[in-house]
Design a binder for this molecule. Structure first.
Ligand SMILES: NC(=O)c1ccc[n+]([C@@H]2O[C@H](COP(=O)([O-])OP(=O)(O)OC[C@H]3O[C@@H](n4cnc5c(N)ncnc54)[C@H](O)[C@@H]3O)[C@@H](O)[C@H]2O)c1
Ligand SMILES: O=C(O)C(=O)C[C@@H](O)[C@H](O)[C@H](O)COP(=O)(O)O
Ligand SMILES: [Zn+2]
Length: 361
């Protein structure tokens, strides 16, 4: 078992072990009611968790994947909490992948201006990234995660046993965020994957648990130092480091109306960032190759989003949260585990890097 503390305003544990989801009672405190938000596929698990807690429960089934992160679903959750008399002593539990925990987190942040939240991620991506660190929110027509709040959980239960039922494509997509952690902060992650990529995508492998643990360690360290993503200055990177690859990734998701998995878009977004960094003479060929080789080894995409898309993608990137006014800011690597912020790169470099990615800017 590993427990990693996040040194937030109120520190909380991320517990990583098989069976961790059964420890909800230890973190639930004296909640007099619990609301468990979950997708249909986890309905039985949600019922069992609530029954074990032994307090009245609101089981709130939410739509699958990105369809959960909408204002309509959010409002439906508020109405249900109101109908069930949910008060400030009560607890919201997010049980599911990143889409579910992003929504559950925002429900917890907004209900009565904030109630307690525990996340139980059931995907690799959720465990290593979405359920930890307090970014919560929903999408709107204009873009990804544009409405939300920083609201930290009081505990995170990562139970690798829950991954047994996760579709392989979703497991692989989650590895993109693990690889991100390797590229930005912990290159040992990349070696662990390259030593045996097939083992890295096996839900019950010790290697995957170690990759998740290392990813959580990176995330916990970064958010502990800069919870509100407020300390980047000049070229120095704070929490924005965790946004590596996301400038293009979120644009791809938006332009393709969320039919791409987030992790797959992040994989392509990181290759794009590496190509842009090489164009700007920050990164060398070896660094670009390292991105492609590790991502491809686990079956993640490394080429362009599609034909005729550059103008739409460029427009969507303007709403990236790292942008300031009309100036885009990119997190780029000038070496493994060595990042900087580049503000306002040339439009021609942006388009050329996209062409190199296999797109047709
Ligand atoms: N808040 C953050 O810091 C943060 C970080 C990274 C990503 N995200 C967000 O997370 C989302 C992506 O999360 P994701 O990749 O987990 O996708 P997801 O939540 O859409 O889940 C992927 C699919 O797996 C299913 N599923 C989940 N757990 C399962 C299980 N144990 N068994 C069977 N099926 C299961 C889901 O129903 C869904 O169909 C995106 O919205 C992204 O923006 C947020
Ligand atoms: O935790 C962070 O900070 C991240 O940027 C992690 C990302 O993997 C994640 O996708 C996050 O939701 C993106 O945040 P956003 O602020 O760009 O919406
Ligand atoms: Zn992400």
């Amino acid at each position: 078992m590993s427990t990693i503390e996040v040194a937030a305003e109120r520190p909380y544990p991320v517990i990583i072990e098989r069976g961790a989801s059964e420890r909800l009672g230890e973190l639930a405190g004296d909640a007099s009611r619990v609301a468990v938000l979950h997708p249909a596929v986890l309905a039985e698990r949600a019922e069992r968790l609530a029954a074990d807690l032994g307090v009245p429960a609101s089981l709130i089934e939410v739509p699958d994947a990105e369809a959960a992160k909408t204002r309509t679903v959010l409002a439906r959750c508020w109405d249900r909490l109101a109908a069930d008399g949910f008060t400030r002593s009560d607890l919201v539990v997010g049980l599911g992948g990143g889409a579910t925990t992003d929504l559950a987190g925002f429900v917890a942040a907004s209900w009565l201006r904030g109630v307690r939240l525990i996340t139980i991620p059931t995907t690799v991506l959720g465990m290593v990234d979405a359920a930890v660190g307090g970014k919560t929110g929903i999408n709107i027509a204009a873009g990804k995660n544009l409405v939300g709040a920083f609201w930290e959980p009081s505990g995170v239960l990562c139970d690798p046993a829950l991954l047994d039922t996760l579709p392989r494509a979703d497991l692989v997509a989650g590895l993109a965020e693990v690889i991100k952690c390797g590229l930005i902060a912990d290159p040992e992650i990349l070696d662990l994957i390259m030593d045996d990529p097939a083992d890295a995508v096996r839900p019950d492998s010790a290697r995957l648990t170690e990759l998740i643990t290392r990813g959580v360690a990176v995330k916990a360290r970064v958010v502990s130092a800069d919870l509100r993503e407020a300390t980047s200055e000049g070229t120095r990177v704070g929490r924005e480091l965790l946004n590596y690859g996301h400038t293009l990734a979120h644009a791809i998701e938006r332009v393709h109306e969320y039919r791409w998995r987030h992790g797959e878009a992040v994989a392509v977004g990181m290759v794009y960032a590496a190509l842009l960094a090489r164009r700007l003479r920050l990164a060398d060929d070896a660094l670009v190759d390292r991105h492609r080789e590790v991502l491809a080894a686990v079956g993640l995409p490394t080429t362009g989003a599609g034909a005729g898309e550059w103008s739409g993608l460029r427009a969507a990137m303007a709403l990236d949260k790292k942008a300031r006014g009309a100036v885009l800011r990119f997190v780029l690597l000038d070496g493994l585990a060595s990042a900087c912020v580049v503000a306002g790169p040339d439009e021609s470099a942006l388009a050329a890097a996209y062409r190199e990615l296999g797109g047709d800017a």
